[in-house]
Design a protein around this ligand. Structure first.
Ligand code: MV4
Length: 664
């Protein structure tokens, strides 16, 4: 086994590689730019070498500086991660020339797959299906027209030198072809300095399904099943999952076999991905091969139970593949999403700034978080603005989708705008639940995915209010259980009052609009005054996290996820986000310094905590009644209650200290 490994990358992938290397007893060397000196990847590795300024060209893409770092630290091998130099054949060659093991395929294999036309020729020879098309050097207009007529319309005219979807043009009819080719050539010449085009059968709304392959230096190659990466925005993957929803088993087997044939055709060693377009007719066609570990590899790890970086290191050390094809299983369903610092409301403009809050969901068998940043780190202009990858697993797709929704709801990122809500909208979309994933998904549902200007319905507001009221009820019950006299009427949870009917309020912010819901207790439930009128409601929280509610006599089951200041209501296949808006709590928070003061003159009607209690941000502490309304004073952060200065029944002036908390 390799004894030491230099990781020529940064961010989450560098951290992820360190983790496996450490588990395998491999010493790790990080390289970093000057601004990344204190970055997580540099901290996690056994050793870190600063190789140049922030600009990637002078650091993470600087072959000379990386090889120098390898020499100086005595590293035996180099892992390129993804991006940067990972598919640079010259870098792979330079590592070899320096006596370093390159954790990846041979320079020849990288080169062969680096060219679109050459890779397709190799695949054709190997019997891997290609989209019917013309890739010839003869660019005579009459030749191209005959090719297109032979393929049958619609056809796609692609710039040979283009990539990532640039320079593509759909032609619907034969009589439009000549003009379209002329325009495509002009564009290609201007954009790439090369006006060679290729003609392909145009597949309507295909799916992007890729197969993970692995080869070793003993001539073995197997696949580790597929990933569906059809949900993309401008050729950037947004969701990745395995298995591909609804893929017939026969197609899965055929794609696996084709991918293995592709790997064998170039004597492939290490981790690779064979990308296919899957047509609506069920046919699949090779598009390209990526000769590296991919961003979305954790999806494969969660359904196979394998560690792909471990496999890479074993294979690079000359070991044979750890398993045979028949021993690899695809179990359950995994989904990955990429959290980016970007602003969906402004054309997904990348955001820079400091991550002053970063709370990711707890990791476990169902949730994995791959990140290279921590709270307080900066997202800078120099590198990719990805903050983290969230990967979930469960026994089937519907359960995995629920896990994903909850994990996204539990994610709190402050300091930069992110695509979190956008991801949540996709996860909650009925078309996604139905597995209707193809490359047109985002365009087709664009109107549903961006923050809507539609105000929340009474039904959504009622569900959110029920959630808040249940939480208050639980907090009061917990306080009663702790109190000396559990039977005191002050500890009743049904809004009992000595004189007259109490009105409680629940406040939200819906987009920019404040919403106030008056609540009167009615037996085990509540009468809510909503924007559209009165509604009787009752609700119980179920063990699976859903809310079983009765709204005006209708039984409703909905997922309502309370997440710090945010309440997300999943209803009608959409996620509705409301912010808890409690002016009293906000006023209390503003005082800072762990002191909670009375926002207005009033009477203490409940005391929900006592000195010594450990409380979390948002834990209700005291309820103040003022102007016929109740105001809940909640903990502004995690901490311990130092003292509570008042008892139930006390009158308080504005600005007096009600509770003192010391932060933990
Ligand atoms: C296609 C296609 C339809 N028909 N080829 C876009 C980028 C490049 N990797 C291949 N691409 C496509 N090629 C034929 N013959 C549709 C696409 C395509 C696409 C492919 C994969 C993932 C997302 C996509 C989004 C739009 C179009």
């Amino acid at each position: 086994m390799i004894e030491s490994l230099l990781i020529a990358n940064r961010g989450e992938i560098a951290c992820r590689i360190v983790r496996t290397a450490r588990r395998m007893g491999v010493r790790t060397v990080a390289v970093c730019s000057e601004v990344d000196r204190n970055a997580l990847h540099a901290r996690l590795a056994d050793e870190a070498v600063v190789i140049g300024p922030a600009s990637a060209r002078e650091s993470y893409l600087n072959i000379g500086a990386i090889l120098k770092a390898a020499r100086e630290t005595g590293a035996a091998a180099v892992h390129p991660g993804y991006g940067f130099l990972s598919e640079n054949a010259d870098f792979a060659q330079a590592c070899r020339d320096d006596g370093l093991v390159f954790v990846g395929p041979s320079p020849d294999a990288i080169r062969a797959m680096g060219s679109k036309s050459a890779s397709k020729e190799i695949m054709r020879t190997a019997g891997v299906p290609l989209v019917p098309g013309y890739h010839g050097a003869d660019q005579d207009p009459a030749v191209l027209q005959r090719a297109a007529d032979g393929i049958g319309y619609p056809v796609l005219v692609k710039a040979s030198a283009g990539g990532g979807g640039r320079g593509m043009r759909v032609v619907e009819r034969a009589d439009q072809f000549e003009a379209a080719v002329a325009a495509a050539k002009r564009e290609a010449k201007a954009a790439f300095g090369d006006d060679t085009v290729l003609i392909e059968k145009y597949l309507q709304r295909p799916r992007h399904v890729e197969v993970q392959v692995f080869g070793d230096s003993h001539g073995n190659a197997i696949h580790l099943f597929e990933r569906d990466c059809s949900i993309q925005r401008r050729h950037q993957k947004v969701f990745e999952e395995s298995p591909a929803p609804g893929l017939p088993d026969a197609t899965r087997r055929a794609m696996g076999a084709a991918a293995v044939a592709a790997a064998k055709a170039i004597d492939y060693s290490g981790a690779g991905t064979v990308e296919f377009l899957l047509g609506q007719d069920g046919g699949f066609y090779f598009i390209e091969m990526n000769t590296r570990l991919q961003v979305e590899h954790p999806v494969t790890e969660l359904v196979t139970g394998l560690d792909l970086v471990e496999w890479q290191l074993r294979v690079a050390s000359g070991e044979p593949l750890p398993l045979r094809q028949d021993d690899v299983r695809q179990d359950g369903h995994a989904i990955e999403v990429r959290l980016y610092a970007e602003d969906p409301g402004r054309g997904f403009l990348p955001q820079t700034g400091t991550l002053n809050r970063l709370t990711m969901p707890a990791e476990g068998p169902h949730v994995r978080v791959d990140t290279g940043v921590r709270e307080g780190d900066a997202i800078s202009v120099h590198y990719d603005p990805m903050i983290a990858k969230l990967i979930v697993w469960d026994h089937d797709r519907p359960a995995a989708v629920r896990r994903l929704t909850k994990a996204l709801a539990a994610t709190v990122i402050g300091g930069v705008n992110t695509n979190r809500q956008y991801l949540l909208e996709i996860a909650a979309h009925p078309a996604f639940a139905a597995g209707e994933v193809d490359t047109g998904f985002i365009d087709r549902h664009a109107g549903d995915l961006l923050p809507s200007s539609q105000p929340a319905s009474d039904r959504v507001l009622a569900l959110a209010a029920c959630q808040v009221l249940i939480e208050r009820r639980a907090a009061v019950a917990a306080a009663a259980a702790r109190s000396a006299d559990p039977w005191s009427p002050w500890n009743l949870t049904n809004g009992w009052r000595l004189n007259g009917e109490a009105v409680e309020t629940v406040r939200f912010r819906d987009g920019d609009a404040p919403v106030e819901i008056a609540v009167r207790h009615r037996g085990a439930g509540w009468r809510l005054t909503l924007p559209g009128g009165e509604m009787d409601a009752s609700a119980e929280a179920e063990a699976d996290g859903t809310l079983a509610a009765d709204l005006g006599g209708r039984r409703i089951r909905a997922a309502v996820i309370a997440d710090g200041d945010t309440v997300i209501v999943m209803d009608g296949g959409r996620a509705h986000r409301l912010l808890r808006h409690d002016p009293a709590a906000a006023a209390a928070q503003d005082t800072g310094g762990g002191k909670l003061t009375s926002p207005m003159p009033g009477k203490i009607v409940r005391v929900l905590a006592k000195a010594g209690d450990t409380v979390r941000r948002g834990t209700p502490l005291i309820v103040l009644e003022a102007m016929k309304m109740e105001h809940t004073i909640a903990a502004p952060g995690d901490g311990t209650v130092e003292r509570i200065a008042f008892q139930v029944g006390d009158m308080v002036e504005e600005g007096v200290e009600l509770v003192a908390i010391s932060a933990t």
